[in-house]
Write a protein that binds this ligand. Structure first.
Ligand code: HEC
Length: 192
């Protein structure tokens, strides 16, 4: 009886140790600025992404052929975590743990003193994440976050991956549209 109790304790101890080991591993490979995940693997919106580095605003960009007729307007704002950007500036490459955020906001025409042109809505339509984590995802992974709620990984069969792989100028990211980064990649020889 005592023996069984003891081995039970041993098993509990081993499980706790293994869990602690996995935890340490997860932490030691988790890069700065990284995305946190819920227990069921949903990506949480990085709380401070608005303090990251701004790369571009696209307005009404559309990728379909023939281009769809634009009836409402949409801006997208792209941000990158500063740690990843520091590596990119040195090497023209994205390190493990890179997180890029694309935030969509409606383009509005009527408001305050505006007479022409468009400005961005206060409300965020959605946020998409592009995360490089080879250990976890075997490469890059996309997530869509609506209403700030954690989002599940978008399946690898989705067109997000094929378009980005085929047309993204650096490692499946659209550096050709990020005016402060394109020149760096060109100089480092990483621009496709
Ligand atoms: C047909 C091509 C195409 C498809 C499909 C596509 N994207 Fe993109 N994506 C782009 C382009 C072009 C940009 C650059 C946007 C800009 O310049 O503002 C971009 C930028 C992004 C970015 C910013 C970081 C980066 O990788 O450059 C994210 C995040 C993103 N897309 C997520 C998604 C998700 C999620 C999907 C699928 C639901 C998706 N995209 C599908 C073309 C595509």
């Amino acid at each position: 009886m005592v023996g069984r109790f003891k081995s039970g304790l041993l098993v509990v101890g081993a499980v706790a140790l293994a869990a602690a080991g996995a935890e340490t591993l997860a932490r030691s490979t988790a890069p700065p600025g990284a995305v946190a995940y819920t227990a069921d693997g949903r990506a949480m919106l990085p709380a401070n992404y608005r303090d990251w580095v701004f790369l571009t605003s696209g307005l009404d960009m559309t990728y379909a052929e023939p281009a769809a007729v634009v009836t409402s307007h949409m801006f997208d704002n792209v941000f990158v975590d500063p740690a990843a950007l520091a590596t990119f500036r040195r090497s023209g490459r994205w390190p493990e743990g890179t997180v890029l955020v694309k935030e969509a906001r409606e383009g509005l025409t009527k408001g305050s003193i505006n007479k022409a042109g468009q400005f961005q809505s206060e409300a965020v339509a959605d946020v998409e994440l592009h995360v490089k984590d080879t250990r976890r995802f075997g490469g890059w992974a996309f997530f869509k976050i609506v209403d700030g709620k954690p989002g599940a990984i978008i399946p690898k069969t989705a067109s997000c991956y094929s378009c980005h792989d085929e047309h993204g100028a650096v490692d499946s990211t659209f550096v050709q549209f990020y005016p402060t980064l394109a020149g760096i990649a060109r100089a480092r020889g990483t621009l496709k």
